[in-house]
Design a protein around this ligand. Structure first.
Ligand code: IMP
Ligand code: MG
Length: 196
């Protein structure tokens, strides 16, 4: 393959559709947080392209912070265990926190983060995700702001990766089984620590 985009078998969400939906989400968030100063907490690294476009569509003052973690388990059996590798810079006690994710799949990552951040006693905490893949949900997550619901397919682009690649694609695409299938067989049952 000459370019990474050759590995994409289908564009699930085109760039134009992302732009339009992100603008709508910005409007929803602007309305919801009009009377307070939200702290937007991005979950690295999947949130990066989404969050940078989203904040430009929010017409009230806000603050930004980021958190990074690794998840334990195997590709076929996530354990729900995780470890924060870069914590927030801010104290969130009494703050109105909006957790910003690129994708929610099993819900284990968001569930872990919600438990961890709730223990710090924010005034409120809500979840915003660009993509919601409910088919594999194990942990129920209350999603306040959702970009798109997608089917159970492995997608990359617009911040989302496969083995740290493809994040720079400007659309959400489905990766060929030639790429993911090989990796799934290799990874089956083998415990890993996966950065996000
Ligand atoms: P969880 O299963 O909801 O905990 O999602 C864990 C993480 O897996 C997400 O934050 C993403 O980093 C990654 N992930 C899940 N589904 C996909 C996908 O379709 N493409 C890329 N990354 C994914
Ligand atoms: Mg990833």
């Amino acid at each position: 393959m000459n370019s990474k985009a050759d590995d994409i078998i289908e564009i699930l969400i085109a760039q134009e559709a992302i732009v339009q939906r992100v603008a709508e989400l910005g409007g929803e968030i602007t309305a919801a947080y009009r009377d307070c100063l939200p702290l937007m907490v991005g979950v690295l690294k999947g949130c990066t392209l989404f969050m940078s476009d989203l904040v430009k569509q929010i017409e009230i003052p806000l603050e930004m912070d980021f958190i990074s973690l690794v998840s334990y388990g195997s590709m076929t059996r996530p354990s729900g265990a995780a470890r924060i590798t870069k914590d927030l810079d801010c104290v969130i006690e009494g703050r109105d926190v909006l957790l910003v994710e690129g994708i929610i799949d099993t819900g284990m990552t968001a569930g872990y983060l919600l438990r961890n951040l709730e223990a710090r006693q924010p005034r409120s905490i809500r979840v915003c995700t660009l993509l919601d893949k409910p088919a594999r949900r194990i942990v129920k997550i209350p999603v306040a702001f959702r970009g798109f619901e997608i089917p159970d397919r492995f997608v990359v682009g617009y911040g989302l990766d496969f083995r740290q690649l493809y994040r720079n694609l400007p659309y959400i695409g489905v990766l060929s089984d030639k790429i993911t299938g090989l990796d799934r067989r290799r990874a089956t049952g083998i415990p890993t620590a996966t950065p996000h």
